[in-house]
Design a protein around this ligand. Structure first.
Ligand SMILES: NC(=O)c1ccc[n+]([C@@H]2O[C@H](COP(=O)([O-])OP(=O)(O)OC[C@H]3O[C@@H](n4cnc5c(N)ncnc54)[C@H](OP(=O)(O)O)[C@@H]3O)[C@@H](O)[C@H]2O)c1
Length: 288
């Protein structure tokens, strides 16, 4: 077990306790999230290090690779420690160009849930997010049919908890009329703050908000204000961005991605950075 302590404490997703500092596995697949990684042993080492560091929340999807990150997780960590909870997503597929077309018909969703169960080597999935919208972001429209399908799979005992991803505020509200949700996974970081109001509402309701692209995703976060605060604190901009998210709201869970053990350790250490009120005020201006 590592001597670096994990910042942020824990959060409860339904009946599952997870560390607020989690890990997002998408970056472990090959370029464009297609195919195997260039360094499979390195990918397995990152996953094992995540668990050694005490992380108990890993985010993945059968469409990463496809199946690559799930298979890596299984190879590195199965049989899973009891404390480890794996969240996955359904609602999109991959095309021959590496695109992410929607796949939200009931048959698509049933197939995707079984694909995740099989590739992860599980009988029940801890948390399944219905991924909505498209690559441009959330799109309006009812989620009733796909979300009812997942609620049915939950009643059948294949899924413990449900969430929604890439969702509009209205879709979050609609989902909750169909079945309880334990999280919303949307794009959010220091520079993209469309969901500020939603985060506060979910916090009041005890629902987690799990930002994807917490470090900017494929285009790393860049901002002179972020660099200035980082320089003042003798920290990296990545550390400041993660520490800010942990401070932003207690219901925010981190799933920052990396394919590097060194970056993973840096992120764990960096997210524990103490930010003063002045730092927060300066950072707050970036995305507002
Ligand atoms: N629901 C959705 O639609 C959706 C969409 C996208 C992502 N996700 C989930 O969100 C998770 C996080 O997103 P993400 O991984 O795409 O983006 P991210 O966490 O914002 O950024 C990952 C990028 O930052 C780099 N990085 C990480 N730590 C670093 C460090 N200390 N120094 C320098 N570079 C660093 C990584 O490169 P290295 O590999 O070199 O460290 C990688 O390129 C994914 O793993 C996935 O599970 C969900």
């Amino acid at each position: 077990m590592s001597t670096i302590s994990l910042p942020g404490g824990t959060w409860t997703l339904g009946d599952l306790t997870v560390t607020r500092f989690g890990y997002g596995a998408m970056q472990l697949a090959g370029p464009g999230v297609m195919g195997p990684p260039a360094d499979p042993d390195g990918a397995l080492a990152v996953l094992r290090e995540a668990v050694d560091l005490g992380i108990t929340h890993i985010d993945t999807a059968a469409v990463y690779g496809p199946r690559v990150t799930n298979q890596l997780i299984r190879e590195a960590l199965h049989p899973y420690p009891e404390s480890l909870h794996i969240a996955t997503k359904v609602g999109a597929t991959r095309d021959e160009n590496g695109g992410w077309p929607p796949a939200r018909r009931p048959a698509d969703l049933r197939r995707a849930v079984h694909d995740n169960l099989e590739t992860l080597g599980l009988d029940v999935l801890d948390l399944v997010n219905l991924r909505l919208g498209d690559a441009r972001g959330p799109q309006p429209g009812s989620l009733a049919e796909p979300f009812e399908t997942l609620a049915e799979l939950q009643r059948q005992g294949l899924i413990r908890h449900l969430g929604v991803s890439n969702a509009t505020h209205e879709q979050v509200t609609e989902a909750r009329t169909i079945a309880p949700i334990v999280c919303v996974q949307n794009m959010y970081n220091l520079a993209h703050r469309h969901d500020d109001e939603l985060i506060d509402e979910l916090a009041d309701e005890g629902i987690a908000y799990v930002p994807f692209f917490p470090l900017g995703g494929f285009s790393p976060l860049q901002s002179s204000a972020l660099s200035a605060v980082a320089a003042r604190l003798g920290a990296t901009p990545m550390s400041v961005a993660l520490a800010w998210l942990l401070r932003r709201s207690p219901n925010i869970l981190l799933i920052a991605g990396t394919s590097s053990v060194t970056h993973l350790r840096e992120n764990v250490a960096g997210a524990g950075l103490a930010l003063s009120d002045d730092d927060l005020a300066e950072l707050d201006k970036i995305g507002r």
